[in-house]
Design a protein around this ligand. Sequence first.
Ligand SMILES: [Zn+2]
Ligand SMILES: [Zn+2]
Length: 394
Amino acid sequence: MVAETELYDLLGISPNASQSDIRKAYRKQAISCHPDKNPNDPAASDKFQKISNAYEVLSDETSRESYDNFGTADNSHAGPPMDDFMNSFFFDLNRPPPAPKAKDQVVDFDVTLEDLYNGKSVHFAIEKDVICKLCSGSGGKKGAKPQTCGRCSGKGHVLSSRQLGPGLIAQMPTPCPACEGEGVKIKDKSKCRKCEGHKTTKAKKKISFDIKKGMVDGQRIRLQGEGDEVPGAKPASLVFRLRTKKHDTFRVSGYDLAINIKLTLLEALSGFEKIICHHLDGRTVKVSVPQGRVIQPNETLCLRDQGMPLSRGFGDLYVQCEVEMPSGYWMKLQDRNALAKLLPNPDPKNAIQEGEKTENVKYETSSMSNFGRTHAPPPNDFDDDGPSTQCTTQ
Ligand SMILES: [Zn+2]
Ligand SMILES: [Zn+2]
C-alpha cells in the first residue's frame, strides 16, 4: 500500500511497476510531451517538468521508497540519471550547452545514540567553493573576453564513439575536455589571478544545525544553499545524512532499545531490585521484580516508553535477562539434600522405570560449534541387484 500515487499516475503506471516499466513509461511520455515537439502548447513545458520530476523520484529506489511510504520524496541524492537519459534522446547538437546545475552534496555525519536521544546543536567550519570575488565568477581579468573553444567550436561537447553492443557503435556527445563543456575559454594571460580561471575559490564557512530529538539513523538534514557555489547556477544544498555509531550498552531497532542484563541464580529465583542501566540522558534506571516471580533464562522484560523519543512519546526498552549459574563445582560445598528440599522435584515422567533397560553413556564437555563436525562417508552406489558388496584392499 503506497501513501500517494500521483507520480505513478503521471507516468501512467501502477505503484508496483518495475524499474524497466518506469523507464519505458517515462521515455514514452517524455517524447510525446517534450516542449520541442509541442511548440504551440504553453502547458507542455510544465507537464514535461512534472513527468521529469516523477521519473527522477521513482527511478531511484531510495527516493521511491520514501515517496511510497510518506507521499513525499527526498531525492537529493538522485543525481544525473535523468539528465543522462534525456541527453541520449534530445541532445540537439546545435543548441548551446545547458547552464551548469549545482549538485547537492551529501555527507555522512556520525552521531551517538545520546545525540539522537537528547538532541544536539552542531557547529563547525567547512571548506567550500565560492564564486571568485575578484572576477565575480567570469574566470578572466577585467575586460577579458572569453574566446570560442577551438576544439568544439563553441558547442561545449564533442562526439565520441561508444560501443553499445557487438558491432553497434554510437556517436555520443560528451563534454568537451578543452573547455570543460562551456564552449568558451579564456586565454592563459587573461585569466583571473585569484582563481586562475577556475571561477571559484576555496573559502571556510561556519555552519550549524540541530540534531532534533526523535531523529533517526539515515535521516537527512538539508542546509539550503550551503553546498559548493557554481557560476551561473543556483547554489547547491549541503545534506548531512545521520549515521548512528554503535553504542556500548544499547542496541537500537526503529525507536526501540534493547540491553542485556545478568542475573544471579538467586535474583532469577527470588526477585530483585537493581540498577539495570544508566539511560542516554544520564538517568539511573532501576527495576524491581517482586519476590515470588521467577525469571527464566533469556526471558525478556519490556520497559514501556524507555526507548528512543518520537515526535509524540517514546519507543520501548527491551531487557534480555541472562541467568548466571554458579560455577562448575560450587555444589561440592553445598548441602545437596537441603537444596533438594527447596527446589522443585524432577518431573516423574523422566524417572527411570523399574526394570527398564538402560545404557550408561559417558559425557565430555563440548560446544555447539562442534556440532556437525562428524561427516558421514559418501553414500554407496547401488546397482540393480542391491547394495554393492565390492571391496578393495590395499
Ligand atoms: Zn570546447
Ligand atoms: Zn577569479
